[in-house]
Design a protein around this ligand. Structure first.
Ligand SMILES: [Zn+2]
Length: 295
Protein backbone atom coordinates (compact mmCIF):
# COMPACT_ATOMS: atom_id res chain seq x y z
CA UNK A 1 0.00 0.00 0.00
CA UNK A 2 1.32 3.40 -1.00
CA UNK A 3 2.27 5.66 1.90
CA UNK A 4 3.98 8.62 0.23
CA UNK A 5 2.99 10.84 -2.63
CA UNK A 6 6.35 10.68 -4.40
CA UNK A 7 6.06 10.38 -8.13
CA UNK A 8 8.66 7.92 -9.25
CA UNK A 9 10.08 6.42 -12.39
CA UNK A 10 9.00 2.86 -12.85
CA UNK A 11 8.73 -0.01 -15.25
CA UNK A 12 5.85 1.77 -16.96
CA UNK A 13 8.02 4.72 -17.91
CA UNK A 14 8.42 8.34 -16.99
CA UNK A 15 5.37 9.80 -15.29
CA UNK A 16 6.00 13.28 -16.63
CA UNK A 17 6.63 16.36 -14.53
CA UNK A 18 3.66 18.66 -15.22
CA UNK A 19 1.57 19.73 -12.23
CA UNK A 20 -1.73 18.86 -13.93
CA UNK A 21 -0.42 15.45 -14.92
CA UNK A 22 0.75 14.90 -11.35
CA UNK A 23 -2.84 15.42 -10.18
CA UNK A 24 -4.01 12.84 -12.71
CA UNK A 25 -1.50 10.34 -11.37
CA UNK A 26 -2.49 11.14 -7.78
CA UNK A 27 -6.13 10.38 -8.66
CA UNK A 28 -4.98 7.16 -10.32
CA UNK A 29 -3.11 6.13 -7.15
CA UNK A 30 -6.28 6.78 -5.13
CA UNK A 31 -8.02 4.50 -7.67
CA UNK A 32 -10.33 7.43 -8.38
CA UNK A 33 -10.42 6.43 -12.01
CA UNK A 34 -13.21 8.74 -13.20
CA UNK A 35 -11.16 11.76 -12.07
CA UNK A 36 -7.90 10.33 -13.39
CA UNK A 37 -9.38 9.55 -16.80
CA UNK A 38 -11.17 12.91 -17.12
CA UNK A 39 -7.90 14.67 -16.28
CA UNK A 40 -5.85 12.51 -18.64
CA UNK A 41 -8.27 13.14 -21.51
CA UNK A 42 -8.21 16.89 -20.89
CA UNK A 43 -4.42 16.87 -21.06
CA UNK A 44 -4.13 14.46 -23.95
CA UNK A 45 -1.26 12.03 -24.48
CA UNK A 46 1.11 14.82 -25.31
CA UNK A 47 3.80 14.13 -22.76
CA UNK A 48 5.93 12.01 -25.05
CA UNK A 49 5.77 8.29 -25.72
CA UNK A 50 6.72 7.27 -22.20
CA UNK A 51 3.70 8.82 -20.54
CA UNK A 52 1.48 7.21 -23.14
CA UNK A 53 1.88 4.00 -21.11
CA UNK A 54 0.25 5.69 -18.11
CA UNK A 55 -2.46 7.18 -20.28
CA UNK A 56 -3.35 3.72 -21.56
CA UNK A 57 -3.32 2.14 -18.12
CA UNK A 58 -5.62 4.84 -16.76
CA UNK A 59 -7.91 4.41 -19.76
CA UNK A 60 -8.09 0.63 -19.33
CA UNK A 61 -8.79 0.73 -15.60
CA UNK A 62 -11.29 3.61 -15.93
CA UNK A 63 -13.18 1.83 -18.67
CA UNK A 64 -13.38 -1.27 -16.51
CA UNK A 65 -14.63 0.70 -13.49
CA UNK A 66 -17.42 2.26 -15.53
CA UNK A 67 -18.89 -1.07 -16.59
CA UNK A 68 -17.75 -3.48 -13.89
CA UNK A 69 -19.13 -4.64 -10.56
CA UNK A 70 -16.94 -5.21 -7.51
CA UNK A 71 -17.64 -8.19 -5.27
CA UNK A 72 -16.11 -9.00 -1.89
CA UNK A 73 -14.33 -12.36 -1.68
CA UNK A 74 -13.10 -12.04 1.91
CA UNK A 75 -11.74 -9.46 4.37
CA UNK A 76 -8.70 -8.64 2.26
CA UNK A 77 -9.69 -9.57 -1.28
CA UNK A 78 -12.20 -8.11 -3.75
CA UNK A 79 -12.83 -8.85 -7.41
CA UNK A 80 -13.79 -6.34 -10.10
CA UNK A 81 -14.98 -7.53 -13.49
CA UNK A 82 -17.55 -7.00 -16.23
CA UNK A 83 -20.00 -9.89 -16.01
CA UNK A 84 -20.83 -9.76 -19.71
CA UNK A 85 -17.15 -10.38 -20.48
CA UNK A 86 -16.29 -12.82 -17.68
CA UNK A 87 -19.41 -14.91 -16.99
CA UNK A 88 -17.74 -17.20 -14.44
CA UNK A 89 -17.31 -14.74 -11.55
CA UNK A 90 -17.69 -17.30 -8.74
CA UNK A 91 -15.18 -19.73 -10.24
CA UNK A 92 -12.68 -16.92 -10.77
CA UNK A 93 -13.21 -15.67 -7.20
CA UNK A 94 -12.33 -19.13 -5.93
CA UNK A 95 -9.21 -19.30 -8.10
CA UNK A 96 -8.13 -15.84 -6.89
CA UNK A 97 -8.70 -16.72 -3.24
CA UNK A 98 -6.73 -19.96 -3.51
CA UNK A 99 -3.89 -18.25 -5.38
CA UNK A 100 -3.66 -15.49 -2.78
CA UNK A 101 -3.74 -17.83 0.19
CA UNK A 102 -1.05 -20.04 -1.39
CA UNK A 103 1.22 -17.06 -2.03
CA UNK A 104 0.49 -15.65 1.42
CA UNK A 105 1.68 -18.89 3.03
CA UNK A 106 4.76 -19.14 0.83
CA UNK A 107 5.85 -15.56 1.44
CA UNK A 108 4.85 -15.06 5.07
CA UNK A 109 2.14 -12.51 4.43
CA UNK A 110 -0.21 -11.16 7.11
CA UNK A 111 -2.78 -9.78 4.60
CA UNK A 112 -2.47 -6.36 6.20
CA UNK A 113 -2.96 -4.65 2.84
CA UNK A 114 -6.27 -5.27 1.07
CA UNK A 115 -6.11 -6.20 -2.61
CA UNK A 116 -8.49 -5.55 -5.48
CA UNK A 117 -8.15 -7.99 -8.40
CA UNK A 118 -9.43 -6.35 -11.60
CA UNK A 119 -10.10 -8.14 -14.87
CA UNK A 120 -9.49 -5.72 -17.73
CA UNK A 121 -11.86 -5.91 -20.70
CA UNK A 122 -10.79 -7.52 -23.94
CA UNK A 123 -10.70 -4.22 -25.81
CA UNK A 124 -7.88 -2.79 -23.67
CA UNK A 125 -5.73 -5.86 -24.28
CA UNK A 126 -3.80 -4.59 -27.26
CA UNK A 127 -0.20 -4.51 -28.44
CA UNK A 128 0.22 -0.89 -27.38
CA UNK A 129 -0.42 -1.77 -23.76
CA UNK A 130 2.91 -2.05 -21.96
CA UNK A 131 1.70 -4.54 -19.36
CA UNK A 132 -0.27 -7.06 -21.37
CA UNK A 133 0.45 -9.95 -19.04
CA UNK A 134 -1.00 -8.27 -15.98
CA UNK A 135 0.45 -5.93 -13.38
CA UNK A 136 0.34 -5.09 -9.70
CA UNK A 137 -0.03 -1.46 -8.67
CA UNK A 138 0.77 0.03 -5.29
CA UNK A 139 -2.19 2.35 -4.60
CA UNK A 140 -3.30 4.26 -1.49
CA UNK A 141 -6.50 2.63 -0.30
CA UNK A 142 -5.48 -0.89 -1.37
CA UNK A 143 -3.11 -2.55 -3.78
CA UNK A 144 -4.45 -3.53 -7.15
CA UNK A 145 -3.77 -6.52 -9.39
CA UNK A 146 -4.91 -6.13 -13.00
CA UNK A 147 -5.16 -9.14 -15.29
CA UNK A 148 -6.17 -9.28 -18.95
CA UNK A 149 -9.62 -10.70 -19.70
CA UNK A 150 -8.37 -13.20 -22.24
CA UNK A 151 -6.50 -15.26 -19.61
CA UNK A 152 -9.63 -15.92 -17.53
CA UNK A 153 -10.72 -18.71 -19.88
CA UNK A 154 -8.00 -20.97 -18.55
CA UNK A 155 -8.15 -21.53 -14.75
CA UNK A 156 -4.52 -22.71 -14.49
CA UNK A 157 -3.17 -19.82 -16.50
CA UNK A 158 -5.16 -17.23 -14.57
CA UNK A 159 -4.10 -18.79 -11.24
CA UNK A 160 -0.43 -18.52 -12.28
CA UNK A 161 -0.88 -14.86 -13.27
CA UNK A 162 -2.67 -13.99 -10.03
CA UNK A 163 0.03 -15.78 -7.99
CA UNK A 164 2.69 -13.79 -9.88
CA UNK A 165 1.01 -10.41 -9.40
CA UNK A 166 -0.09 -11.06 -5.82
CA UNK A 167 3.52 -11.99 -5.01
CA UNK A 168 4.47 -8.49 -6.25
CA UNK A 169 2.07 -7.00 -3.70
CA UNK A 170 3.61 -9.11 -0.92
CA UNK A 171 7.23 -8.45 -1.97
CA UNK A 172 6.63 -4.73 -2.26
CA UNK A 173 5.00 -4.45 1.14
CA UNK A 174 7.20 -6.89 3.06
CA UNK A 175 10.46 -5.35 1.75
CA UNK A 176 9.23 -1.77 2.13
CA UNK A 177 9.79 -1.37 -1.63
CA UNK A 178 13.52 -2.03 -1.07
CA UNK A 179 13.92 -5.04 -3.36
CA UNK A 180 15.62 -4.68 -6.75
CA UNK A 181 13.68 -5.85 -9.81
CA UNK A 182 15.50 -9.21 -9.96
CA UNK A 183 14.20 -10.03 -6.46
CA UNK A 184 10.66 -8.84 -7.25
CA UNK A 185 10.42 -10.74 -10.51
CA UNK A 186 12.41 -13.72 -9.19
CA UNK A 187 10.03 -14.18 -6.26
CA UNK A 188 6.97 -13.65 -8.49
CA UNK A 189 8.10 -16.14 -11.14
CA UNK A 190 9.07 -18.62 -8.42
CA UNK A 191 5.57 -18.62 -6.87
CA UNK A 192 4.01 -18.52 -10.33
CA UNK A 193 5.68 -21.90 -10.92
CA UNK A 194 5.97 -21.76 -14.72
CA UNK A 195 9.26 -23.23 -16.06
CA UNK A 196 11.58 -20.66 -17.65
CA UNK A 197 14.58 -21.92 -19.62
CA UNK A 198 17.70 -19.86 -18.88
CA UNK A 199 19.20 -17.90 -21.77
CA UNK A 200 21.62 -15.01 -21.52
CA UNK A 201 23.10 -14.65 -17.99
CA UNK A 202 23.84 -11.07 -16.91
CA UNK A 203 25.67 -9.43 -14.02
CA UNK A 204 23.84 -7.45 -11.36
CA UNK A 205 23.83 -4.08 -13.15
CA UNK A 206 23.07 -5.43 -16.61
CA UNK A 207 20.22 -7.52 -15.27
CA UNK A 208 18.50 -4.60 -13.53
CA UNK A 209 18.63 -2.50 -16.72
CA UNK A 210 17.28 -5.29 -18.92
CA UNK A 211 13.90 -5.36 -17.12
CA UNK A 212 13.08 -1.83 -18.22
CA UNK A 213 13.16 -2.00 -22.03
CA UNK A 214 10.12 -1.02 -24.07
CA UNK A 215 7.81 -4.02 -23.87
CA UNK A 216 5.79 -2.88 -26.87
CA UNK A 217 8.74 -3.61 -29.14
CA UNK A 218 8.78 -7.35 -29.92
CA UNK A 219 12.48 -7.24 -30.87
CA UNK A 220 13.47 -6.29 -27.30
CA UNK A 221 11.14 -8.72 -25.54
CA UNK A 222 13.53 -11.62 -26.00
CA UNK A 223 16.05 -9.91 -23.71
CA UNK A 224 13.32 -9.29 -21.15
CA UNK A 225 12.41 -12.99 -21.22
CA UNK A 226 16.01 -13.90 -20.43
CA UNK A 227 16.02 -11.43 -17.54
CA UNK A 228 12.90 -13.05 -16.02
CA UNK A 229 14.39 -16.51 -16.54
CA UNK A 230 17.59 -15.51 -14.74
CA UNK A 231 15.70 -13.94 -11.83
CA UNK A 232 13.58 -17.10 -11.61
CA UNK A 233 16.70 -19.31 -11.65
CA UNK A 234 18.33 -17.34 -8.83
CA UNK A 235 15.33 -17.38 -6.48
CA UNK A 236 14.67 -21.08 -7.27
CA UNK A 237 18.32 -21.82 -6.51
CA UNK A 238 18.03 -20.09 -3.12
CA UNK A 239 14.80 -21.98 -2.32
CA UNK A 240 16.28 -25.35 -3.35
CA UNK A 241 19.57 -24.86 -1.52
CA UNK A 242 18.35 -23.24 1.71
CA UNK A 243 14.68 -24.26 1.92
CA UNK A 244 11.53 -22.74 0.45
CA UNK A 245 10.52 -21.34 3.85
CA UNK A 246 13.65 -19.15 3.85
CA UNK A 247 12.28 -17.02 1.01
CA UNK A 248 9.71 -15.53 3.39
CA UNK A 249 12.47 -14.79 5.93
CA UNK A 250 14.50 -13.13 3.20
CA UNK A 251 11.69 -10.69 2.29
CA UNK A 252 11.37 -9.76 5.95
CA UNK A 253 15.12 -9.13 6.14
CA UNK A 254 14.86 -6.14 3.80
CA UNK A 255 12.72 -4.21 6.22
CA UNK A 256 14.03 -5.17 9.67
CA UNK A 257 17.26 -3.17 9.70
CA UNK A 258 18.40 -1.35 12.81
CA UNK A 259 19.61 2.21 12.70
CA UNK A 260 23.19 0.88 12.85
CA UNK A 261 22.70 -1.51 9.94
CA UNK A 262 21.20 1.29 7.84
CA UNK A 263 24.14 3.56 8.76
CA UNK A 264 26.63 0.82 7.78
CA UNK A 265 24.81 0.28 4.45
CA UNK A 266 25.03 3.99 3.67
CA UNK A 267 28.74 4.10 4.53
CA UNK A 268 29.74 0.99 2.63
CA UNK A 269 27.32 1.29 -0.28
CA UNK A 270 25.94 -2.17 0.54
CA UNK A 271 22.71 -2.71 -1.40
CA UNK A 272 19.47 -3.74 0.38
CA UNK A 273 19.49 -7.04 -1.55
CA UNK A 274 23.06 -7.79 -0.48
CA UNK A 275 22.30 -6.99 3.17
CA UNK A 276 19.15 -9.16 3.18
CA UNK A 277 20.95 -12.08 1.45
CA UNK A 278 23.82 -12.01 3.96
CA UNK A 279 21.40 -11.82 6.89
CA UNK A 280 19.19 -14.69 5.69
CA UNK A 281 21.50 -17.03 3.78
CA UNK A 282 24.99 -15.84 4.73
CA UNK A 283 25.94 -15.15 1.10
CA UNK A 284 26.47 -12.02 -0.97
CA UNK A 285 24.51 -10.81 -3.99
CA UNK A 286 27.56 -11.43 -6.21
CA UNK A 287 27.75 -15.03 -4.97
CA UNK A 288 24.14 -15.64 -5.98
CA UNK A 289 24.83 -14.24 -9.43
CA UNK A 290 27.87 -16.51 -9.72
CA UNK A 291 26.68 -19.74 -8.08
CA UNK A 292 23.04 -19.90 -9.21
CA UNK A 293 24.07 -19.95 -12.86
CA UNK A 294 23.20 -23.35 -14.36
CA UNK A 295 26.12 -25.26 -15.95
ZN1 LIG B 1 6.24 -9.48 -12.51
Amino acid sequence: MRTSTSIELGRFGDLGAGVAWKEVVEAYYRDDLAAAWAGAQALGANFGGATLDWYRMIEGEAETRERAAISTIDDHLRLELIDAEVPHRDALAEVAQQACSQVGQQLGWDYSVPVLVTVLPYEVDAPWHSARYGYAMDKYPYDKVCIPGRVTQDPEHVAAIIRHEFAHVVTLNRTGNQAPTWVEEGVSTWVEGTPRPVGLWRDVNELEASFTVDRRDPSTLHGVGDAYAQAHAMVSWLADKYGANKIADWLGAFGNNSFFTEARMRLTGESPADEALRETFGISENQVFRDARPD
